[in-house]
Design a binder for this molecule. Sequence first.
Ligand code: NAD
Length: 508
Amino acid sequence: MKAHIKPKPTVFMIFGGTGDLAERKLIPALYNLFLAEYMPKEFKIVGLGRTAYQDDSFREVLLEGVNKHSRSGKAEKDKWAEFAEHISYLKADVHNEKDYEKMEKIIETCDASWSEPSVIIHYLAVTPQFFPIIAKNLAKMKLANDINRTRIVVEKPFGHDLESAKELNHLLKNIFHESQIYRIDHYLGKETVQNMLAFRFANALFEPIWNRNYIEHVQISVTEDIGVEDRGGYYNTSGALRDMVQNHILQVLCLVAMEPPVNFDAEEIRNRKVDVLRAMRKFGSEEIRHNTVRGQYSEGWVEGEKVVGYREEKDVDPDSNTETFAALKFFIDNWRWQNVPFYVRTGKRIHQKSSIISIQFKDVPHLIFPSKSTESWQQNRLIISIQPEMSIRLQVQAKRPGLDMILNPVDMVFNYDGTYSTDTPEAYETLLLDAMKGDQTLFMRGDQVETAWELLMPVLESWESKKSISFPNYSADSWGPETAEALIAKDGFHWFTLPIKKSEKEKK
Ligand code: NAD
């Protein structure tokens, strides 16, 4: 997020260079950074994988990926040729030390011909089981020891529970300094999520009312319309709490709830975020019973097509106890947020794909209007929508035009599409550029990850030890289990949704 700094010459070592993430996200992101002239003049991308490729055949595969997945559409022939010159392939096995020697040679060759020593980014786009062996081998082969030059980007999931996250942190911190470790949560690279910081701390308007005196409750809802697709094997060992709440949702919650930082330094912002996690109320058995809900989808119909239930998905245990939906009520025990509920929910096969933060303000202290005027009364709400649309809406009451004093809610809308003509960068573009520049603001620090795990462990343990007798308990294309409605309805609220625009529905 540091503005106006051009990255130094950089070597990207992408472990898992032939994988899905590299093809769909990483290479298109680097290509778009190149098109926008954010890449340094001197850079090299080395894809590492077990498949046998020549540089050219590897580049062909990546080009197909860019043509399919890049936000800038199909690559222009000349531009791609210019970019592709920087890409090479190394057939390598993460266990084989000799392959790390080859990496060293590549770095030496770059350094010998470039204007200054390069930054080296080891990007771990492989399954987490390989994180430790790669880190150990990088250390052994002295590819990790220059604190100023070497960085390691670690993909999610970071640990499977508190213990494994601690173990991984311990191992990485024995090899790397914290300033070299970039734990990625791509949600933090999303434009609207970053805008939370601008919105809250660049406007005088919101801070005075951003507290328990004015805010009644907060909702964070991240729903997907798809099922587990071909990730059933992985998902069955994970579940909604691990896959979405422990990382993305808690990170977003921290941005909503954090105290104002004194400056824009990465450490300062990350300190304020971890303060929120530390202040979150712990879950005892009572809280788990009253403030958490889990769900699992059954078969159903989506847009006229029959879809299978979770337990019938490929590679999923037919008796699975894994949750595909989670809803929780959190409290933050500090002065700002005492007794303000934060409701979060996430799920698969939900009616609408959406990511929405809704901040509901308290009602006016005294209503002067007659009841006839206020039939569609709605308390003020601030809605930050990440998808389906990228927008920030302030819902206020206004007088409907006419001879009678009739009030109705209207939206003051900041819509990205209508306001800016430039395309919004993908989250991975922001994050890869930040990693090149050495800016860790949008990456998770070791203690943040552990504190988030610590908070959720009692819920995870309780859900794992007590098999749900109601699973499956919501049908595909619904809004999740009824108990999730009850979780919020018993406090007098309801989950907020943005209506799907026709064009959005047609796009699906
Ligand atoms: P993938 O299975 O498509 O790719 C795995 C890669 O690892 C391949 O390039 C393969 O060649 C390589 N590999 C496997 N064994 C190896 C070995 N012994 N030595 C060297 N290379 C080896 O996986 P993916 O979907 O690209 O995911 C990679 C990581 O990124 C995972 O941690 C995943 O959770 C994370 N992630 C992926 C996505 C996504 O959209 N695919 C999104 C977020 C996070």
